[in-house]
Ligand binder design. Structure first.
Ligand code: FE
Length: 193
């Protein structure tokens, strides 16, 4: 009887070992993140230094293709890193609800609910819709040390980001109207509710 008891005990022992391995896993590692944490200036500096998050997709076109699709001003700002004159852009003082997308590739970039009146003459936002839609680059042009923001999908120049915003993350995305197109607010409700 004794050897039979010993043999039948082996599967039980193995079960115990596997069960123990299972219970040693950190339950936190299986949790899905509830919401992206608020981006701060140190994240922006890190992205500019080490590289931005990977975009979900890429759109690449020749200068001729962009020129055919965009107005002169949109092309000058987005593809040639231009800047529109302050207080002249379509969305400078607009606070209609909606989503602001990249004028070149229609990637959704900013929600009107995080747009604020900065007094600078350019549309200003506290955060992007998600971190991976924007890429961040050190810009030392014009004797200034700034961080340029581009559409991470098509590399359109959007503007710059500064560490003096009013939101929780303390960021101010200063964006050219010419780089943006406001899209349907219905999609806004679908995407965020
Ligand atoms: Fe784009």
């Amino acid at each position: 009887m004794r050897p039979r008891l010993f043999i039948s005990g082996i599967p039980l022992l193995l079960m115990f070992i596997f069960a123990s391995c299972g219970s040693s896993e950190n339950p936190q590692s299986r949790k899905m993140p509830e919401k992206e944490s608020t981006m701060t200036w140190s994240d922006v500096e890190r992205y500019a230094r080490e590289g931005s998050p990977k975009p979900d997709r890429r759109v690449e076109k020749t200068p001729e293709q962009w020129r055919a699709q965009l107005t002169k001003e949109q092309y000058a700002v987005t593809r040639m890193k231009g800047t529109e004159r302050p207080y002249t852009g379509e969305y400078c003082e607009s606070h209609e609800p909606g989503i602001y997308a990249c004028v070149c590739c229609r990637t959704e970039l900013f929600d009107s609910r995080v747009k604020f009146e900065s007094g600078t003459g350019w549309p200003s936002f506290t955060e992007p819709i998600k971190a991976s839609v924007i890429s961040y680059h050190a810009d030392e042009s014009y004797g200034m040390s700034r961080i340029e923001v581009l559409c991470n999908v098509c590399d359109a120049h959007l503007g710059h980001v500064f560490p003096d915003g009013p939101g929780k993350g303390g960021l101010r995305f200063c964006i050219n109207s010419a780089s943006l197109v406001r899209v349907d607010s219905v999609r806004n409700a679908v995407a965020h509710d």
